[in-house]
Ligand binder design. Structure first.
Ligand code: FPP
Ligand code: MG
Length: 465
């Protein structure tokens, strides 16, 4: 990664970066040293395995690295850890309430369906990452030309751009009061959490965190319809509770409200990024309709299948995390190197996150996941564990080609994957991406938030649901 011009404190590495900050307590220094070790080890391991020519070669090359990998060592528990949630606890406390405010509708059934997934305890991974990234990048060098947009973005997040009478003109020719049907937030409704906060997380960045969760939740509402899901977050899925039509419409409504909130950031580059995410989610979902680019009936294993899967994975999962991390840095007025580093962190973490998700689909039960387990094969999907297994078990090709629809296909495929090293290879690839995420933010000045981001990469690999 490029170091920013003129950032001498960062060029000197973490020890120089530390001298840039106020003197730390001995406990912090101890923790900092442990994280230093973690990062140094992960960088050494990363550099010894990088620069492979293909996604497949890179994926295979990391498999042998499991034991020496720094993250594996960290997960053994011998290094002190931070709790990422504690670092932004104040902001996270108000997250769900603020999201529910953004979702208010005067139509009772729409209101219920739209807020349904905010009732159950989601993991809120995306907003957590956005808030940590906002705080971590607040210490990074700024781009002078971005300061005007930064100030503007935080000034008017609750203020409409168009007149409210236009935005609430439900039916301009109706005698009914439009306000009763469309309770758009007005400035007096701002809650205390929105009005006052620490200066290192700006109002615009907190709103961005809410927007990422809205877009993610919208995609889940649609995804559960597409996947015929019956449960989500340990409760009946929205499609089961309200039916497909209402679930799809509720998802659309979330996207609408997310778009309004996005526009009110008044930051064209951020709007462009997040609008692209929405398109990327759909592109990823379209790619997932096929297991290989050519969708042959009896495909033979090739590296292209993994490249196709990784591209789909980026679009479906990592794009939201990478572009929202980038947007957080932009909203904070960070310089170009920081913006790129935030993006690289999000991209790699997002890929690791989905690889682990695809692995858990094979290894965990429905009770543990809070959603159906083993769903991918049932849905005809060949994810990483199977793609790795397929290389050494050609028999899987025919099953991939017919999307596991033949009698006994799902059971046979699962058996073969579990016999193979597909799970271990998937874990190793996730580990490699998590390391790259940590590498990307190494030049950031030391802070609890930076430690929290590193911990998120470690936790991504440890997660059980
Ligand atoms: C979960 O995948 C789904 C996604 C990460 C994205 C789904 C995207 C769409 C349905 C496109 C439409 C997008 C919007 C914004 C409306 P999964 O099925 O692998 O995970 P799961 O097991 O949690 O269901
Ligand atoms: Mg699904």
């Amino acid at each position: 990664m490029q170091l920013r011009a003129g950032a001498r404190v960062l060029r000197g590495g973490r020890s120089a970066a530390r001298s840039w900050r106020a003197p730390a307590c001995s406990e912090c220094l101890l923790r900092g040293k442990a994280l230093d070790d973690r990062i140094r080890q992960s960088r050494a391991s990363y550099h010894s395995t990088r620069s492979r020519s293909s996604a497949w070669a890179a994926a295979v090359s990391v498999a042998g690295n499991i034991v020496s990998n720094a993250i594996t060592r960290a997960t053994k528990g011998d290094l002190p850890t931070v709790d990422p949630l504690r670092i932004v606890a104040k902001e996270m406390k108000f997250l769900t309430g603020n999201i529910r405010k953004l979702l208010g509708s005067g139509h009772p059934s729409l209101d219920r369906a739209a807020k349904y997934y905010t009732q159950s305890e989601g993991k809120h991974v995306r907003p957590l990452i956005v808030l940590l990234m906002s705080r971590a990048t607040s210490l990074c060098p700024k781009a002078p030309q971005r300061q005007e947009a930064t100030a503007k973005a935080s000034a008017g997040i609750d203020n409409s751009i168009s007149p409210l009478s236009i935005l609430a003109d439900t039916n301009p020719s109706s005698p009914l009061s439009s306000a009763s049907l469309s309770p758009l937030t007005d400035a007096s409704e701002q809650d205390a959490a929105t009005a006052s906060s620490d200066i290192d997380i700006l109002p615009s960045q907190r709103r961005l965190a809410e927007i990422t969760e809205l877009i993610h939740t919208a995609s889940l509402l649609h995804d559960d319809v597409i996947d015929h899901s019956i449960s989500r977050r340990g409760a009946p899925s929205a499609n089961l509770e309200f039916g497909n039509k209402m679930a799809v419409l509720a998802g659309d409504f979330l996207l609408g409200r997310a778009s309004v909130a996005l526009a009110r950031l008044r930051h064209a580059e951020v709007i462009e990024l997040l609008a692209t995410v929405i398109a990327n989610l759909v592109e990823g979902e379209f790619m997932q309709l096929k297991n290989t680019a050519r969708d042959e009936a009896n495909p033979v294993w090739s590296e292209e299948a993994l490249s196709y899967y990784l591209q789909k994975t980026y679009l479906k999962t990592a794009s939201l995390i990478s572009k929202s991390c980038r947007a957080a840095a932009l909203l904070g007025g960070a310089d170009a190197a920081t913006v790129d580093a935030a993006y690289a962190y999000g991209k790699n973490l997002g890929l690791a996150f989905q690889l682990v998700d695809d692995m858990l689909d094979y290894t965990r039960s429905e009770k543990e996941l809070g959603k159906p387990a083993g769903a991918d094969l049932e849905l005809g999907l060949a994810t990483a564990p199977l793609l790795f297994a397929w290389k050494t078990i050609p028999e899987l090709g025919a099953l991939v080609g017919r999307k596991f629809e033949g009698e006994g296909d799902v059971e046979r495929a699962r058996f073969l994957v579990m016999q193979s090293d597909g799970i271990e290879q998937t874990r190793a690839l996730a580990q490699d991406y998590a390391q790259k995420a940590i590498d990307a933010i190494t030049p950031f000045p030391d802070s609890d938030a930076k430690d929290g981001l590193i911990e998120m990469a470690v936790k991504t690999l440890q997660r059980r649901k």
